[in-house]
Design a protein around this ligand. Sequence first.
Ligand code: AMP
Ligand code: MG
Length: 481
Amino acid sequence: MQTSDLFNLDFSYLSLPDTFHSLVMPSALDKPELLLFNRQLADELTLNLPDAEDAKSILSQLGDFSKSYAQAYAGHQFGHFANLGDGRAIMIGEHITKDQNRFDIQIKGSGRTDYSRRGDGRATLKAMLREYLISEAMHHLKISSSRSLAVINTNETVYRETVHQGAALLRVMKSHIRVGTFEYASHLGSLEDLKALTIYTIKRLYPEIELDNKAAIHLLKRVMIAQIELVVNWMRVGFIHGVMNTDNSAISGETFDYGPCAFMNAYNPSTVFSSIDQNRRYAYGNQPKIIKWNLACFAEALLPIIDENKQKSIELAQEVIDDFDVIWNHKYYEMMLGKVGIKSNNSDHWELIDELLRLMQNHKMDYTNTFLALSKEVGSETKALQSDFFSPWMEKRKRILDSLNSNEDARQLMKANNPVFIPRNHLVEEALDQAIKGDMSTYLELIDVLSRPYNYQDNRELFLKPSATTFEENYQTFCGT
Ligand code: AMP
Ligand code: MG
């Protein structure tokens, strides 16, 4: 059996004009060895896999792909337009599951492509283990995300700031088409290219949209809603993507490109961990503003096909983007009120959330554990919630809650919205450091804890604790290693 036999491959993306891809084979990996395999995901995808031993032998010889390719795209990186493309990832095709769902299967870290520029096309073992861990954690947190099917260890030496061991990741996603793919078509391709991409994307991701003269504007609206729902969910769990460039915003509304991402501990909207984000552009609290900006880039890319009249196109696109703030506020506050057990989308109650966040920021309270203390009366913030500075807020919350929903409804809402366990930065780093030295036990335990993040798990208090402040102050994440 060969690697491609695992999948039921189709290549619909290759029906787009040639400008959208370049055919490329993954370069041979030196002594590849399957290190991690996501059996649960393999089953969800209905892969043709008799047993785990098969996975080991099949995935240890990546490289027999008939039509593998790299995708072309552009994007705004930290606000600046750049022509990009898959520089270190190769698509081996689209897997069609037994119930007819379509997923891109990509190898990340598989060698250079036409779009590698000065990069080596490789990835480090640590970064691929990190992506596997966080993407799977996000999935179990019930946040739309790319998935990780396998990490393949190689004998490759990868040079970054120091010498690293190389690895490849098998990434699975509904689609890797991004805002940047549309920017590429619009700014560097022809009108026909942009039309073809729009029709293809609608058929693949939003088939309910009719292909009439309003299709582009409907696509813009649908993507805006999908992205708002996604980023609201990031805010819910304290996730900081870290590099929300337009090439990392998926049209499908999935989280992807886990480079310098991290989770916030003490609540502070200006939290940033990424070493390259000097101006805090992608700070936790900026994420709504940035996704709106990215959606404006998407709208701009669609302008040539929204209407034949340029001015009319601008007006129609602007109308959609102008709705962002209203929709954002409703979805964001509804979610935040859910975190404190209140089922309401009445804007009269929004102030309760703003006040809570001010208290949390002023008292440097742990974001996850504040809600945990509120819903389960456990964790590091239990005491703070009983202190004088918090009691007026608690009383106000109780009054609203009692007037709106039952305690049982509140309990259910809080359970659904508040994770007990998130990937704590210091635990992630510790697990990765041990894993790259060859001891996978801590890493696997962390994966296990994070596979049930909404359930309290006995004897796992260690995983609830935020790190020492000094760790957080000095913690830095790195992009694309
Ligand atoms: P990212 O910051 O991961 O979104 O990457 C931005 C662009 O740089 C994408 O086009 C990547 O494919 C490319 N890139 C990142 N790392 C490498 C690498 N080691 N070799 C080649 N291209 C890379
Ligand atoms: Mg990227």
